[in-house]
Design a protein around this ligand. Structure first.
Ligand SMILES: NC(=O)c1ccc[n+]([C@@H]2O[C@H](COP(=O)([O-])OP(=O)(O)OC[C@H]3O[C@@H](n4cnc5c(N)ncnc54)[C@H](O)[C@@H]3O)[C@@H](O)[C@H]2O)c1
Ligand SMILES: [Zn+2]
Length: 663
């Protein structure tokens, strides 16, 4: 192929990838591979400038093919950043500005927004768009970035720039709840969220974003980011070594963050110096982005297995050629459901992009059809259960396969493993391999059989030592104090989550028999238990073998009653608490006064509920208190006060919780 053809080919590829990336937020190639294509193009064009096509993607801010909807012209262009992948490049950059002060910040992997206020009120929000013209997303953002201040305490025209990201936890929870509509990664999740037609529905489905500011100006002069905003984490220092230390510091905690970062931004700290350094067509000269090695790697999909789960789901699991990504070696990845396999057109033998983010289970984001050689094999979901051979049912939009045979041996084994696991009975000394063996042998058929195991019996097995046998028996004996919450989890009731178990306990159920006797009506009255889950719970306990199992566990002295730690706080203590029986809305960021650590929203909710309050997601006339943590705008508290809702600040809340005996 001659150079001209290669340039044309690379141009077309980069442009196609840009359209996908800046449009719906898709990235069929890992960023590092995209960067390599672009670098190759840049190198060829540098040598043969006369061959650069008129529509070259180089030297400009890359943008979606077209902006949809109303637009606005940016007061100052929103630019791209020059890239560095080696420390050497960072040193060269720092040396160019010898003696100056630098700022190093996390480079969040989301999409940039310009948020403009006039005399303290939110005027508009725009995307980067073409760099000079952005798309207006003001109304969408009101729903999908609930934390964005509607008002700030500053006069004049103030523009705040920053990055909107989908938190990893939000991304994982959304995918968990919508297996039929998987978001490939948080970045595309964020981009996709801002193009949705119904942002209100997105917010209800908890598909929401967070905004982190990285700069602000008033009438063109740099100012501090106004109060009410979260800022990107940043360091200020002089000289290349301090800058490189900061880059390592940021890179080192990459896995612990709840958002993706793809690099660190180094820029001149002083606004005057930054402006004086000037700009080229697409990038400021006073800043550079250091890119960390990719967290997404290519590997080969070797096989797909269909293990049978504890409630009969038969999900696809892929084996891939071992690949080191996100700090671990990955060999097994989840493919979620058959529909996803079909839509992503995954085949055995395919090159697939594997992603891992923090603790999130690796996921084959996509196949790369352009890398096929014809030997790839279609993935066909099984029609019959690999364990009991009964015909599988196809259910739901994900086209999941289910074994509905209640006697299925594979399901029984999975249920036993689940009962022994940490979130249920927590039998530390009993490994899955042994459970499988004992189940195969017919010694373990149901949960209650664990409690009949003896050391003599176990010692009859090859490779079972006296210590292990004793360990197993002891750990089974000491696990008998399961309690209602963990027993409900261990029973693996379809559609009932760990949260359902918690809420049943908080709702005052004392014994597993009481839950078994509840009607669907009783159950839907409990917060967050919907009609489907309620029916599933009732149907589960109506099964004779479940009732027999509960009786058998009781006979062996297994505790299936609520434990003190899972009860709602006693009326006596909560009786003194102003929270008791109140309806509250929680907003803002909370810090645990005991440890000084930030505390998550679900944890605050749990504490407040233990003090016998009920929580709601938005303020209404029925709300008693708005519990306001840090960074709560005046708009929010003002609205609450207008509705006659008392605003309670966090120091008071902690006092109340202490009085109620919750903390
Ligand atoms: N995989 C693909 O197919 C594909 C396609 C197109 C682009 N990409 C990737 O997108 C990037 C392209 O560059 P770009 O021009 O969109 O962005 P960029 O990498 O040049 O960086 C500029 C952007 O960084 C953001 N940013 C995040 N944190 C920041 C901080 N602390 N300070 C300042 N800015 C911050 C801003 O939104 C700004 O617009 C590359 O990383 C490329 O690999 C990938
Ligand atoms: Zn089966």
């Amino acid at each position: 192929m001659d150079v001209g053809e290669r340039i044309a080919e690379l141009t077309a590829q980069v442009k196609r990838l840009n359209d996908l990336y800046y449009g719906a937020g898709d990235s069929p190639l890992p960023d590092a591979d995209y960067d390599a294509l672009k670098d190759e193009l840049a190198a060829l064009v540098a040598e043969h400038p006369e061959l650069e096509p008129a529509d070259s993607p180089l030297g400009k801010v890359n943008a979606p093919a077209e902006l949809t909807g109303p637009t606005v012209r940016h007061a100052r262009p929103m630019l791209s950043l020059a890239k560095a992948t080696s420390e050497e490049q960072i040193r060269t950059f720092c040396e160019r500005f010898g003696g100056q002060v630098f700022r190093v910040s996390e480079k969040l992997d989301g999409l940039s927004l310009s948020v403009v206020y006039t005399d303290g009120r939110l005027d508009y929000v725009a995307t980067r768009g073409t760099g000079t013209v952005g798309e207006l997303v003001t109304e969408k953002v009101r729903h999908v970035i609930p934390g964005l201040p509607a008002e700030i305490d500053a006069p004049g025209r103030v523009e705040v720039r920053g990055e909107a990201v989908m938190l990893r936890s939000v991304w994982a929870a959304y995918n968990e709840a919508h297996p039929e509509r998987i978001l490939t990664n948080p970045r595309s999740g964020a981009a996709g969220t801002l193009v949705l037609k119904d942002p209100e529905a997105a917010a209800q489905a908890k598909r929401v974003l967070r905004f982190f500011a990285f700069g602000a100006d008033r009438g063109g002069d740099a100012i501090d980011v106004p109060a009410g905003f979260e800022s990107v984490a940043q360091y200020v220092g002089t000289g290349a070594e301090e800058v490189i230390d900061a880059i390592h510091e940021i890179g080192g905690r990459r896995d612990d963050l709840d958002y993706d970062i793809d690099g660190a931004v180094v820029r001149l700290h002083e606004p005057a110096a930054f402006d004086a350094a000037g700009f080229n067509s697409a990038e400021p000269r006073g800043a550079i982005a250091f890119k960390y090695p990719p967290e997404e790697k290519l590997t080969t999909l070797l096989a797909v297995q269909w293990p049978v789960g504890k409630i009969g789901r038969v999900p696809p699991r892929a084996k891939v050629a071992p690949v080191f990504v996100g700090g671990v070696t990955v060999e097994n990845i989840t493919l979620h459901n058959p529909r996803l396999i079909r839509e992503r057109d995954l085949r055995i033998g395919d090159t697939v992009a594997v992603v891992r983010r923090g603790d999130v289970i690796p996921f084959a984001g996509r196949s790369l059809p352009e890398m096929r050689d014809g030997s790839e094999v279609e993935i066909v979901p099984p029609t019959h259960c690999p364990s009991c051979e009964s015909e599988l049912e196809v259910r739901g939009t994900g086209e999941e396969r289910w074994c509905v045979n209640l006697q299925c041996p594979a399901q029984a084994t999975r249920r036993l493993m689940h009962w022994a696991s940490r979130q249920a009975a927590d039998m530390e000394g009993v490994g899955d391999v042994w459970i499988e063996k004992l189940a195969e042998d017919g010694v373990l058929k149901r949960r209650s059989d664990f409690y009949d195991l003896t050391t003599e019996q176990l010692l009859g097995y090859e490779r079972m030592g006296e210590v292990s046998a004793q360990n197993m028996v002891d750990s089974i004996a000491s696990s008998k104090d399961v309690g209602l919450r963990r027993a409900l989890i261990g029973l693996a009731i379809p559609m009932a989550s760990e949260g359902t178990a918690k809420r049943l306990c908080l709702a005052g159920y004392e014994r597993v028999e009481d839950v078994a006797a509840a009607t669907a009506e009783d159950l839907v009255a409990i917060r967050d238990i919907g009609p489907k889950a309620a029916e599933s719970i009732v149907a589960f306990f109506a099964r004779p073998e479940v009732r027999e199992e509960i009786a058998a566990l009781r006979e062996r002295g297994v505790n299936l009653d609520v434990l003190a730690e899972d009860r709602p706080v006693d009326t006596a203590a909560a009786g003194d608490s102003p929270l008791k029986g109140r309806s509250v809305v929680i907003t803002g960021a909370f810090t645990d006064p005991r440890s000084g650590a930030k505390i998550s929203r679900p944890d605050v909710t749990r504490l407040v509920e233990q003090a016998a309050a009920t929580t709601a997601s938005s303020v209404s006339a029925n709300t008693d208190y708005l519990l306001a943590g840090a960074n709560v705008g005046a708009a929010k508290t003002g609205k609450a006060e207008k509705l006659g809702v008392t605003v309670v600040r966090q120091d008071e809340l902690w006092r109340w919780l202490a009085e109620a005996g919750v903390i």
